[in-house]
Every structure is written in C-alpha cells, then in structure tokens.
Design a protein. Structure first.
Length: 782
C-alpha cells in the first residue's frame, strides 16, 4: 500500500522504448535562390562581353571603309547592311554559345545532378566538331581569298580598260573622219564658187560630194545660206529616216563671225550625230555666203555596246573598291557558320544529356515531394526505354503509397472525430467545473494535479498554471499532504469510492471551514484513473448561521428585558418623589440607591436598544452622496472631542459621488473611530485614507491607528456578534459594521498596521444607479 501511495504521490514510471528516428532533411533544391542570382550575374557578364564586341566590329568596318574611297550610296548601304547583319548574327551566336557554356560550368561548379554527364557529352560533341570546323574554316578562308584575288586580277582590269579605250577611240576617229570629209567638201565647193553656181548646181555638187564621206557610215551634207538662211541637204541612202536636230544659232553665228570650225555631238532617233560645222572658204576676195555641216551617224547598237563596256568598267572599279569589305563579309559568314557548328554541337550535347538527366531530376523532385507527404501526382514517361520503365514503376509505387495513405487518413479522420468528440465532452465538463460554486481538484493515477477550477483557484489563492502537472506533495504543505495520504489509504483499505470530511484549515492567515469529498475514479475495467477532490466553503454559511442564532438571542433578550425596565425606572423615580424628606435629610444611601437604579436601567435600556438594532438592521436607503465630505464631517466630531489624538484624512485620488447609504456608512465610521479611540487611551494617531480604482470600480477606506494592535487569533472573530476585547463592550459594533458593509456588497478585513497598531480596510463598489437586486436588501433574522 505504501508503494501504491508513493506512486500516486509523484514517482513517474519509466518510459521504455527507443525514440523514433528522425526523418532526413528534404532534398536540396537543384538551384537555390542565391545560386539562381549568381547564374543571372554570370549571364549578365556574357551579355556584357558580347556588347563589348560591337565596338571592335565598328572599328574594323571603319578600317575597311576608308574615308578616301568614294562609292555609290546603294553599294555602301548594301555592303554595310550585310556586314552589320552578319555582325549581329555572330554576336547572337557568340552569346548563345557562351551562355550555354557558362550555364554548364555553373551547374558543374555547384555539383548539380547531371552536370558532369552534360559536360562530358558537350565536350565530346565539341571535340568532334572542332577540328573539322576549324579545318573547314581555314580552307574556305584560303579558297575565298584566292578567288577574290583572281576576280580582281590586273589583267582583267587592263583588258576592260583597253576595251573602254577602243570605244572612246571610235568616237574620236569618227570626229576626225567628219572633219576630213568636211574639208574635202569645202575644197570642192570652193572650186565651184567662181562660176556662181545656182542652187541646183550646189545640190548636185553636194550629192556628188557624199562619196567623200567615210564608207559604211551614214552621212549627210548641209549648206546653210548666211544671207537668207536657206538650207540644202543631201544624205546617203542609209541616213534616211534620221531626225536631224538644228544647229544652235549661237554656234552658227560664231562660225560665221569667227570663221572657225566647230565639232558637235547631238542625239537623234537612231543614234548620236557627229557634226562638223565650218564656213565655206574661197580663194577669191569674197567668200561664199554658206556654212557647211558634215554629219556622220554612229548607230545606236554601237553606242549601246560602248555604254555596256563603260558600265562594266565602272562596276568592276566599284567591286575592286569593295574588295576589302567583301572579303571581310565572307570572313564573317565563315565565322558565323563555324560558330553555328559549335553551337549546334553544344546544343545537341545538352539536348541528349538532358534527355537522360531530366528524367532523373524529375525522379529526385518526385522523391522529395513524397518525402514531404505529397503522393497525389503522376510522372509522365517521355520514352519507352529503361528510364520510361523506371518512371512507370515509380508511378505504380506512388499510387500504392497514396492508396495506403488514403486508408490511413480515413482511419486518422475517424480517430480525430472521436478525439474531437471526447475533447468537446471534456471541454463541456471543464466549463461546468469552472462554473460550479465548489472547488474541484483532480489528480491522475500518479498523484499529479490535472484540473483546478476557478473556485478552487480563488479560494486557495493560487495560480492554476503553477500547479498543473506537479504532484500534490509538491503543491501542498506536508501536513496537508499527509491528510491526502490518509484519504488515499482509507479509500484502498476500505474499498470505498468516496470519503466525506469536515475540516478546519488555515490558508493565507484565513480560517476556513471546508466540507471535503474525496472520490476515487476507475474505468469500466476497474483500473484506477485518479482522484477528484470536491470541497465547499462553509465559512460564510456557518458565520451566517451563528449570526442568525445571535440575532434570535438578541431579539428574545430585548423582548424579555425591555418590558420590566420601564416599571423599575418609574418605581425608582416615584420613590424619589414620594420621599423627598429623605433626600433632604441627606440620606446618602437612599439617594445613591435610587440613582443607581435609574442609571443602570438606562444602561440596560441602551443594551436592549443595541440588541434590537442588531436583531433587525434597517433597510438601506442609497442615494448619490459625497463620501469624502462624509468622512471629513465625521472626523471633525472626533477632533473636537479628543484633543490628545491626531486625526488625519488623505484622499489619494478623486472619488466622484456614487450610490451608498450615508447614514449607515457614517455609522460604520463612528464604530471604527470609537474602536480606534479606545485603543489609544494615552493618545496617538488615527489616519483615514480614501482611494478609488477606475479598473475595478471600487473605493477603499482604511482606518489605521498606532495602538497596541490585534492578535492574529482574534482577527477571525472580530466581526462575530458578542465578541469583544473590552470589558464593557457588547461585541455588536464590528458585527453591525460587517453587516452594513455586506449589505453594500462590500468587504471588510482587519490587518496589522506597520510598524504598530491595527488597520481596518473597507472596500465598496461604486455604482451610479440604484441596484434593485436582492443583495442590496438586508437579510432579516427573526
């Protein structure tokens, strides 16, 4: 039995079994936020490097397009656009290549899953493509350079220049032929002039003179009279149909006046006309008044061929000027193709490696989701190879685990519902326990305190949180713990389920009368669950019972004594009036006896009056009154009557008027001041203090003296009827004070005044309206 009590008192049983192994931490993400930031920083550096390539290409273009070289605008725009387009494409490809390489190196540095395999594949593809691509680049560059040099060979340029010179010589030769023909015709006409030929003879001569023109070239001879401007014109057969434009008048006038020879080049509908304009000469004094115009036609097809030769030479010269930019453009194209090969190698390497590593990464992520408790997902296999079979098996495993978890969740839900219902019942029971007007303390099977309701917490003056979970032996003094031990022992020995006892205890210097019921708790199988202690505070009930008994005694005493007092007093007064001669004879005995009878009757009447007042207290008459003024008025009466005692009143804060019975509160103050004066026969100090709390809405009145004080064993009986420490006291003063304060729903208590004396503390609720509740009505005991 002793062992059983020790176990209940707090000896905790040993808990066997090992602790469950902790779950491993979740798998680290492939790339964290900080690592992603570093990756972005690396990509920015690659972009910056690519941007730095732009000024380099601009400088190269400036070197190629020398400012001294003048090219057509169209050629400049086209070449410039092609070169810059290639530059942009190269920068983009360089960016893509460097970005992929940077990401690959970054992942390898962080040791991310699959980075090593991707690196190996990319390096392999680069190695396989690097040598052929570089070799192709060098050979193509050499071939292109040789081809460009061959295209712009000096022999080709010399041949083109000679062709152009031949075309130009053809025009010059035709001019010379026109001049020779004009001179010959001029000579023939000059020889004819002395015979004064008429127009017909001149025309015939012109026609014959056409034979002097170069053979195979359409020709025409024209005579213009300087006198009347008439014209004679003869042409060869192949010249017919040519629209010959007029010679400018200024040219004609200049030839006429200056006797000079002019060579003109005019356009016509069949080609260009080379015209030799001269004034006819004569060996006589007077020259013939005619101007001879020799016209030779260069056919349009010859002109077109000459123009084609000229355009070809010009195009060749422009291409020769673009030789450097063209070679540079071809170099950029080769570089772009080479970089594209590198990029394709890297891209294929990454593509193939990711086709292997990404399913593994997905499996790792799925495993992490499973470790976090997420089973409601399915991975999609992207192939039917071994990895696809692995993913299919993984999905089957996940589905099985998810099904098991669903079943487990349903079981947990049912268990949680049962626990919730049990918790609701427990909470409901706790609410009931917290609101019952009795103290309830429960213990488990090991003696640990599990429940303390509000009533027990308030009555015992404890903090509930400090006692939950500890044993009753740790929470109680040893004497009270022994009482619990006896209760537990008695329950197990007697096989009772509950024990009821009436105990007198002292808690916080307060004597309490408690009715205790100690009950043993067992489950349906009879196993012990703990104990429940229920106790009622009978202190006030017993006090009210004693008060009711004393009131009944006071009522009967007052009733039995009051009736004979008046005849006794009247008889004594009648004796004094009946026998005045005895009083005059100085009979001290008679006078003293009758006077004593009258005085004692008055004293007995006063006692009867107090008994009557105690037996039936008057009904409270509350009104809004000023408590500080009431205290001052009451204290003034005692200041005037007791010079040897110092009375002080202190008001700590403002106390607004509130509802109370001024007469009854004044009676309380008078009783307390009377007790204070009685405790200071040789003088002293009585201090009254008034304070108010806005939070609790209560006022506190303290009456303190520095007398000899009150013993601790007397304090609990001070407010009981007919208990007095004074020989002549009735013991009703403080009982009446307690009744008045209680009727006001207040409290009164006595404490020691530091360093000497006693202090009475009254607490009253502040109310601004009349409370009609039954608590305001005094209880009558008849």
């Amino acid at each position: 039995m002793a062992n059983r009590i020790n176990t209940i008192a707090g000896q905790h049983p040993r808990e066997d079994g090992q602790r469950a192994a902790e779950l491993p931490p979740p798998y680290k993400p492939l790339i964290t936020q900080a690592e992603r930031y570093k990756k972005k920083k690396l990509v920015r550096r690659v972009i910056g490097f690519c941007i730095c390539l732009i000024p380099l290409f601009i400088w190269l273009q400036a070197r190629l397009f020398n400012a001294d070289v003048s090219l057509p605008v169209n050629s400049n725009i086209i070449i410039f656009a092609l070169i810059n387009l290639n530059v942009i494409l190269i920068i983009i490809v360089v960016y893509l290549v460097l970005r992929n390489l940077a990401e690959l190196l970054f992942e390898r540095k962080l040791n991310i899953l699959g980075s090593r395999l991707r690196t190996k594949l990319v390096v392999s593809f680069l190695s396989l493509s690097l040598i052929p691509a570089v070799l192709l680049f060098v050979i193509a560059l050499q071939f292109i350079s040789s081809s460009v040099e061959y295209w712009f060979n000096f022999r080709i340029e010399d041949s083109l220049n000679q062709s152009l010179q031949l075309a130009r010589d053809q025009i010059s030769h035709t001019r010379e032929q026109a001049a020779i023909a004009g001179e010959r015709v001029d000579t023939r006409l000059s020889e004819l002039w002395p015979s004064r030929p008429d127009s017909r003879q001149l025309a015939a001569t012109l026609a014959d003179s056409l034979t002097l023109a170069p053979p195979g070239i359409p020709a025409a001879l024209t005579l213009i009279s300087t006198l009347d401007g008439t014209e004679l014109m003869e042409t060869t057969t192949d010249f017919q149909g040519v629209l010959v434009p007029d010679i400018p008048a200024a040219t004609v006038q200049q030839v006429k006046n200056e006797n000079s020879i002019k060579s003109l080049l005019q356009d016509s509908n069949r080609g260009e006309l080379i015209r030799d304009v001269r004034k006819l000469s004569s060996q006589q004094t007077i020259a013939p008044p005619f101007i001879l115009i020799t016209t030779l036609l260069i056919e349009q097809d010859k002109l077109e061929k000459m123009a084609q030769i000229s355009e070809g030479i010009e195009s060749y010269r422009q291409l020769k000027l673009l030789k450097g930019p063209f070679k540079f453009w071809l170099l950029l194209v080769l570089l772009l193709v080479t970089l594209l090969i590198f990029f394709a190698a890297i891209w294929f390497g990454l593509r193939i490696s990711r086709s292997i590593t990404e399913p593994v990464d997905n499996l790792v992520a799925a495993t992490r989701r499973i470790s976090e408790g997420d089973f409601n997902f399915t991975m999609k296999p992207h192939s039917e190879d071994e990895i696809g079979q692995l993913i299919t098996s993984f999905n089957a495993m996940t589905a099985n685990i998810n099904f098991s978890n669903q079943k487990l969740a349903e079981a947990n839900q049912a268990l949680a519902q049962s626990s919730l219902e049990a918790e609701q019942r427990r909470r409901h029971m706790e609410i009931i326990l917290q609101n019952v007007s009795a103290g309830v303390i429960s213990l488990d099977d090991h003696g640990r305190i599990t429940t303390v309701n509000h009533f027990a917490e308030h009555l015992l003056g404890i903090e509930r949180a400090n006692f939950i979970g500890i044993t009753y032996r740790e929470a109680m003094p040893r004497s009270y713990a022994l009482i619990f031990d006896r209760f537990i022992e008695e329950l197990y020995i007697s096989d009772k389920t509950s024990i009821e006892r009436h105990l007198k205890v002292t808690l916080n210097r307060t004597n309490l009368s408690l009715l205790i019921k100690f009950t043993k708790l067992e489950n349906d199988e009879g196993n012990p669950l703990g104990f429940v202690l229920v106790f009622d505070n009978l202190t006030k009930l017993e006090k009210m019972q004693r008060m009711a008994a004393w009131r009944e005694v006071a009522r009967r005493i007052a009733h039995e004594i009051k009736n004979p007092l008046t005849p006794i007093q009247l008889s004594a007064q009648r004796l004094r009036r009946r026998y005045p001669e005895i009083l005059k004879a100085n009979d001290e005995v008679f006078d003293r006896c009758t006077q004593t009878i009258i005085t004692q009757v008055e004293e007995i009447r006063r006692l009867v009056t107090e008994f009557s007042q105690f037996a039936r207290m008057p009904t409270l008459k509350k009104s809004v009154a000023d408590l500080p003024a009431l205290i001052r008025d009451t204290m003034v009466l005692y200041e005037e009557a007791h010079d040897g005692i110092s009375f002080t009143f202190t008001q700590k804060n403002v106390v607004a008027p509130f509802m109370f019975d001024p007469e009854q509160i004044k009676r309380c103050l008078i009783n307390l001041l009377d007790n204070g004066v009685a405790a200071l026969p040789e003088g002293g100090e009585i201090a009254i203090t008034l304070s108010a709390s806005a939070v609790s809405r209560r006022v506190t009145i303290t009456v303190a003296d520095n007398g000899k004080g009150i013993d601790n064993h007397i304090k609990q009986k001070l407010f009981e009827p007919y208990f007095s420490t004074k020989k002549s006291g009735t013991g009703l003063g403080l009982a009446i004070v307690s009744t008045i304060v209680t009727d006001h729903n207040g409290t009164i208590r006595a404490e020691d005044n530091v360093p000497q004396g006693a202090i009475f503390i009254i607490e009253l609720p502040m109310s601004e309206k009349i409370d009609d509740s039954p608590d305001d009505e005094p209880v009558e005991y008849l």
